[in-house]
Design a protein around this ligand. Sequence first.
Ligand code: GLU
Ligand code: ZN
Length: 326
Amino acid sequence: MIPSAARGKSLRGRLAPSPTGAQHLGNARTFLVCWLYTRCHGGELLLRIEDLDTPRTKSWANQQAIEDLKWLGIDWDATAALQSSRASDYHEVLEVLKQKQQVYPCTCSRAQVDACSSAPHESYLDGVIYSGHCADRSAQDSERLSAQGLRYAWRFRMPDGLMTWHDDFHGPQVLDAKKLLGDFIIARNYGPAAYQLAVTVDDHAQEITHVLRGDDLVYSTYRQLAIYKALDWQSPCWMHVPLVVGQDGKRLAKRHGDTRLAEFRTQGIQPEQIVGWIAKSLRLTQDDTPMSASDLLLIAKESPLWWQKIPKEPWVLDSPGAINPT
Ligand code: GLU
Ligand code: ZN
């Protein structure tokens, strides 16, 4: 078990929207759980806009995410620097990982990775599993590659063997992460740091004690834990909450109807309706009576260990029409 020394410290959480598009009902549910959990523990909350995914980030989405959160009645105590402004910090940590030979330069193209990775039917947990084609290289080999003008990605060496950690919602987690997830990209010699590096450096630098986010990032936790360990950093506590899905069981997308918070707002739907709907889905209330986030916080404060009653399965959205303007 990787020790989580954050246990016992006063809680510091974060809201980390990605401005790659509009925030939807699923994001709202996760943000609300994070806010309720943090506030119920008397903790602090940081807002961090994760704008690293530059080709996909949209400038309008930064401000819209902030408006969505405020509209829902979620507040925070501090705002972190944009990830796009923190390249030098990520770079510094990458240098340390290079010195430790925890990373190697990978020149495989996307198509090559797809072609020589394990067949998808063999444990296809979270993307393709990298074959290890370039793993014999050392970090210094990058100098030769750079001199040749080649593009490469920095891949992190996943440690061998079983990795275990504790999820404060789902309980104990275990996986042969090397075999089932494989080595993963943390930066490129062209372009910005990748999510796994940026989020780890930020959570550490910003002294986050509790990472509370959606279930889609459970496998990322193995990767981030491997980075914490390589750097001898203390890892935070983790809690992943189930996603909202459509009736086909897939995560919310356009085909499930319009579930964008900004769209609800335009249609004259009140935030209390969304909060009421989410409260019921979390089993905090019996019905979806509209209520403000602060009223829901009072309910949560009076329901000890309320988060343990959140359904363990994804929450299936009947149709966005279930939320009607009043
Ligand atoms: N920005 C990420 C997302 O919106 C969340 C990252 C995290 O919570 O670690 O999916
Ligand atoms: Zn490679």
